[in-house]
Write a protein of this length. Sequence first.
Length: 142
Amino acid sequence: MADASDFSAEGKVLTVNDDFVVFQPRDSTYELLLSTKPKYAGPVNEPIRCLIRVASRKVYTVPSGGSFITPISGPPRIVQGRIKYLDERQMVVQAGAPVIVELPKADSAYDLACGPLAVGRLVNAPALPGATFEAVPLSQDK
């Protein structure tokens, strides 16, 4: 059975600071500033896999617009793309890289004008501050 943690992002860590890394997903120009705890001690400028997690402020189903993360450089503020995985607490959105999005708890945080949440549906999720990075150990590489 699939789990959200099965959807790791490929790319490389460009820089490491005390509690943050700058991660560049493969085949992109994104430079995502992501929080790390504990401090990241893995390779820099070498291919790795990781989990990118955000908590959403709101979730919209949208009719069009493509897949993206904004801004291109800095902490993710908006994640838009197609749902690859969905359960009652989270979804994985393919948005330039797979992003695990924690769903909001309040019913008022959902605007499902283009239908209910479902795998394959295009969604837009404004993110709360605090996007995180979690390196995937090689033994769990999928």
